[in-house]
Ligand binder design. Structure first.
Ligand SMILES: Cc1cc2nc3c(=O)[nH]c(=O)nc-3n(C[C@H](O)[C@H](O)[C@H](O)COP(=O)(O)OP(=O)(O)OC[C@H]3O[C@@H](n4cnc5c(N)ncnc54)[C@H](O)[C@@H]3O)c2cc1C
Length: 503
């Protein structure tokens, strides 16, 4: 082989194998084409469609809950009027990006990646994927970039509700919304209080006979205009790329400031958010029970509602909120612990996602199984002892793409460094015993705490710490030197390679 390497038997070899053709995978394709254009790459996508989240979720009102100036890519301005955008517009944006740059030609649909085995002798991954027709495909790759998101596509999380089998109406999970579900004139109960529930309730209200949001405990809900007036007028006066970057930076800085404030002065921020809800709903509404969480702002993700749509539906009486615990489902609805009964024709279980680690792949390094829960993450994107692999994992307190764009840049820097030095293996190593292991995310939401044991750990100090802060990541991923003592670049031992080639 031209580079002196040997490789395991496989159908094809790529320099980079990207898992997933969602927002992150398409972004990764763009960055590779832009910064490492001579590297071959393929995107393996398990489904038959591009767009990930924005193609999968089809429930009424599906939309972003962060602004598109930061959820959009740094390299492609978001030019639509709405900053809080609907799902189909985001899907169109991802598709457009892939088509404009020919990234779509690199995608292989119906290829679910199940395993990857690293061989240090060959400095190469052997990747196994299952095709939609059931066939197994084997490819080799010098580098794997996991861009498959953070939750399972097999199904969302639904607790075991007692009596669910007795319910005579329809039970629906937002992740598998039945096409053409007719809820006109029906009584709908949406179980949940997160981003999905606060999206669904106003979207279904008005058409349904009534929508009840049933929550066990309240969430912080903040209203923002769906359209960003400043952004829309700046676009009229400035070139769209410049306007986009100005607004993107304003939103990044505002988000970081607000998050810091929430962490430093939780009581003040709590009061402010709750006062705003009171202003929206008026003095008669029981904001104390329904919109005053027990935790502090940003201990869990804040819910954003565009143009106060949720509050408008509550004021109009087309929707209501009930804070209570479920005793049991029965034939006609839900019996609550308080004694109240909610009559329902349709129950929507907006009870969350099932988080998934490493895109569901079984990883081995030189025959040794990798236990993701035992590994330490390096800069929130590579893993101790796992060579030539990175993952795109966005922020929980800001838009996902902000971090993914930086991660893609960093991966390209690493690949270019390897090319320039002729070193084919890169592995994070921690030899500092003082580094404490901490959970990957410090959110208190149930769907997060349920999964944290299986997730890699972050370390107490850089470069093992997960910043959740764009400015710090900018320094750490765009500008910090690659050879920092923790990231080790190497080659398969020459003796081993010679012995192997001779064999
Ligand atoms: C309803 C909803 C709303 C959201 N709103 C926001 C928001 O407003 N702002 C924000 O920042 N974040 C939001 N998020 C988080 C959101 O998922 C990310 O913003 C972003 O869409 C993630 O993109 P991704 O490409 O990393 O992952 P995904 O969108 O999940 O796409 C992953 C792709 O990889 C594929 N894949 C996964 N595993 C494999 C495998 N093993 N083999 C092959 N293919 C695989 C999947 O089929 C999918 O196509 C939201 C999430 C949900 C569920």
């Amino acid at each position: 082989m031209a580079d002196g390497s040997s490789r395991p038997q496989a159908d094809e070899h790529f320099d980079v194998l990207i898992v997933g053709a969602g927002l992150s995978g398409v972004g990764a394709g763009w960055h590779l084409q832009n910064a490492a254009p001579d590297r071959s790459y393929v995107i393996l996508e398990g489904r038959d469609a591009i767009g990930g989240t924005w193609d999968l979720f089809r429930y009424p009102g599906i939309r972003s809950d962060s602004d598109m100036y930061t959820l959009g890519y740094a390299f492609k301005p978001w030019t639509e009027a709405k900053a809080i955008a609907d799902g189909p517009s985001i899907l169109k944006y991802v598709r457009e990006t892939a088509a404009e740059h020919g990234i779509d030609r690199h995608i292989r649909y119906g290829h679910k990646v199940t395993a990857a085995a690293w061989s240090s002798e060959d400095a190469c991954w052997t990747v196994t994927a299952t095709r939609a027709d059931g066939a197994t495909v084997r490819l080799t790759a010098s580098f794997i970039f996991l861009c498959g998101g953070y939750y399972s596509y097999d199904g969302g999380y639904t607790p075991d509700f007692p009596g669910a089998a007795d319910f005579k109406g329809e039970i629906v999970h937002p992740q598998k919304w039945p096409e053409g579900l007719d809820y006109a004139g029906k009584r709908v109960v949406v179980i949940g209080s997160g981003a999905t529930a606060v999206t669904l309730v106003p979207a279904m209200a008005g058409k349904a006979a009534h929508v009840t949001m049933l929550q066990r405990s309240p969430t912080y809900v903040v209203s923002r205009p769906a359209e960003d007036a400043l952004a829309n007028s700046l676009r009229k006066w400035l070139p769209s790329r410049l306007a986009y970057h100005l607004i993107r930076w304003r939103n990044v800085l505002f988000g970081m400031w607000f998050f810091r404030l929430a962490r430093n002065k939780p009581e003040a921020v709590k009061k402010n958010i709750i006062d705003m809800v009171r202003q929206q709903l008026g003095p008669e509404f029981d904001v104390g029970t329904h919109f005053t969480p027990r935790y502090n702002p940003w201990d869990q993700r804040l819910c954003l509602v565009p143009d106060a749509d949720l509050f408008e539906a509550l004021k109009a009486g087309t929707a209501s909120v009930v804070t209570d615990h479920i005793e049991t489902f029965d034939a006609t609805g839900i019996q609550l612990k308080s004694g109240q009964h909610l009559d329902a024709d349709v129950i929507v279980t907006a009870t969350g996602l099932t988080l998934q680690v490493m895109n569901g792949l079984t990883l081995t390094v030189d025959g040794r199984a990798v236990d993701p829960g035992q590994t330490l993450s390096y800069k929130g994107m590579m893993y101790e002892g796992v060579p030539n692999l990175a993952s795109a994992f966005g922020y929980t307190n800001a838009s996902w793409t902000l971090k993914c764009d930086l991660t893609c840049e960093y991966v390209c820097r690493v690949l270019n460094h390897m090319k320039a030095t002729g070193l084919r293996q890169v592995t994070p190593h921690n030899d500092d015993p003082a580094i404490e292991r901490q959970p990957w995310l410090d959110f208190s939401s149930g769907y997060v705490t349920r999964a944290m044991e299986k997730f890699p750990k972050q370390g107490s100090r850089a470069p093992w710490r997960l910043h959740q802060n764009y400015a710090m990541d900018l320094m750490s991923l765009r500008y910090a030197k690659l050879e920092d003592g923790a990231l080790k670049f190497s080659n398969p031992s020459a003796a081993k390679t010679r012995a192997r080639q001779a064999a």
